[in-house]
Design a protein around this ligand. Structure first.
Ligand code: PCA
Length: 218
């Protein structure tokens, strides 16, 4: 079984592309594996509880969590999860985690996804994809850390990692309207205007999950 997670909107945004991608993939079959999609709350304390519970009860062999990285122009496979949080934005409950994600956990984990192979296949399909050495210090990094820590301790054969996604084009269009209406910064000062359409993101994920699933069965 493949578990794919995404997030609801946060930081004043009503939408999150990761939620739309997860809803599209929920129930799909990829490489003979059943995909279960789960949309998660932007809530640090809930994530610390929900991710381990879901992994214990559903026993996925592969876990790919998704989130938005504003300004990212392509599908971005994260390599590292750090045991460090610095929430510049409060989560959706108003909580700002500062400090370790898990007090007695190691400083970091490397993703166990076959990132090079996933990236190569996604690019071969004509879709832009890259890797990154930092998922930031907000909830996506924390989710990735909690997942990799739980798997390392309890499910060592489960492959897991995180992928950040760009904005949807409609979100950027609405943002540009807001920039114009507010009249506070010039359009060119906004560096977070990259986007990718939903079908391309879904296709990239289908390809990446297929590659990762095959590797998990080898
Ligand atoms: N992106 C945030 C958290 C939720 C999301 O979609 C992040 O990058 O941490």
């Amino acid at each position: 079984m493949i578990l794919v997670t995404g997030f609801e909107g946060y930081g004043g945004r009503s939408a999150n592309p990761s939620e739309s991608v997860v809803r599209a993939l929920d129930g799909a079959k990829i490489g003979g594996a059943q995909v279960t999609g789960q949309v998660l709350p932007v809530d640090f304390r809930a994530i610390c509880r929900i991710m381990p519970e879901m992994i214990d009860s559903q026993r996925p062999r592969l876990i790919v969590s998704l989130g938005l990285w504003p300004g990212e122009p392509m599908v971005r496979i994260e390599r590292v999860a750090a045991n460090w949080s610095f929430f510049e934005l409060p989560d959706n409950t108003g909580h700002r985690q500062q400090g370790r994600v898990i007090d007695d956990g190691p400083d970091g984990y490397l993703s166990t996804l076959p990132a090079d192979a996933m990236q190569a296949s996604i690019r071969a399909a004509g879709l832009p994809c890259r890797q990154s050495g930092s998922a930031g210090t907000y909830l996506c990094n924390a989710t990735s850390y909690v997942t990799l820590h739980h798997c390392a301790q309890n499910h060592p054969r489960t492959m897991a990692g995180f992928i950040h996604l760009p904005y949807l084009p409609s979100q950027v269009a609405a943002m540009m309207d807001q920039v114009a209406a507010n009249g506070e910064v010039e359009m060119h000062q906004r560096a977070d205007t990259a986007s990718m359409n939903l079908q391309d993101m879904i296709e990239a994920l289908r390809i990446g999950l297929g590659v990762a699933w095959a590797a998990s069965q080898a």
